[in-house]
Design a protein around this ligand. Structure first.
Ligand SMILES: [Zn+2]
Length: 266
């Protein structure tokens, strides 16, 4: 069953998909926006004031103060940033103040809303049920093959003492293998990092369909998360362009949706 469920107000198309409580513990909010919430990113040539207006609207709907909104400049790498109280609000109003060069954020602070931006790449959510530490990561094929999953968990362990066996994780809406054919270069990197059964389906001598969600699930298990504690979204951003922005289906010219993860102190 799909763990990301539409939150619909009367008469509207869903702007927000909430990760249900199989995927995340009490007091934690997590989810993903749809294209009905509009473009949420400042780096795609959209009007900045309009983007910030949409973000404030989303924060309101989530019942969060916009000052908690915290984000990073994503570069398809594996750097993990430890988000502390003083980072709250970074990147919320302008790109200049965003945490630089970071594709994963972890925190054990309450009242910080970790936010990342997507159009086809895979959003990954982590919650340590014992320590309460949270992690949010952005994994396109590049971030996946440099194992941002392992890096995020390693930093959670180093910083908060996280045992991967205590972690609940979710793989969010993103491009499915149905819509994601890749070339030899990508195939080579994928083969290097994981067993490819159920991950790569050859379509010709040098091309294959890649299941990025499944590959990240493999890497989560390899890093010590229990298969029973991983929730997988079935939404494909490529198949459902009436619901999602898709970088691939819309030829690179499109908006960005956001993932969010945070815990409130009250
Ligand atoms: Zn698809």
């Amino acid at each position: 069953m799909e763990p990301f469920k539409p939150l619909v107000m009367e008469g509207e198309q869903a702007e927000l998909l909430l990760l249900d409580n199989r995927g995340i513990g009490a007091g934690v909010t997590a989810g993903f926006t749809t294209r009905h919430a509009g473009n949420t990113a400042l780096h795609v040539g959209d009007d900045a004031a309009a983007v910030v207006g949409r973000r404030r609207h989303i924060a309101n709907r989530l019942g969060w103060d916009y000052t908690a909104w915290t984000c990073a400049e994503q570069i398809h790498g594996s750097s993990v940033h430890i988000v502390r109280k003083q980072d709250a609000g970074r990147g919320s109003l302008d790109r200049g103040s965003a945490i630089p060069d970071t594709d994963a954020m972890i925190t054990d602070e309450s009242d910080i809303l970790l936010v990342q931006y997507f159009a086809d790449c895979v959003p990954l959510y982590f919650e340590d049920s014992v320590t309460g530490a949270l992690g949010l990561a952005h994994a396109g094929w590049k971030g996946t093959v440099v194992d941002i999953v392992r890096e995020t968990l390693r930093q959670m362990t180093e910083t908060y003492g996280t045992n991967p066996a205590d972690v609940k994780a979710a793989v969010g809406p993103s491009i499915g293998s149905c819509c994601y054919e890749v070339d030899e270069t990508v195939i080579r990197h994928v083969r290097r990092i994981a067993a490819t059964e159920g991950v790569l389906t050859p379509t010709s001598d040098d091309r294959a369909r890649l299941d990025l969600k499944e590959l990240n699930r493999h890497l989560m298990i390899k890093a010590g998360i229990l298969p029973s504690r991983i929730e997988m979204s079935t939404w494909c951003t490529g198949c459902r362009t009436e619901v999602f922005f898709s970088h691939r289906k819309e030829n690179g010219s499109t908006g960005r949706m956001m993932s969010w993860l945070g815990r409130k102190s009250r």
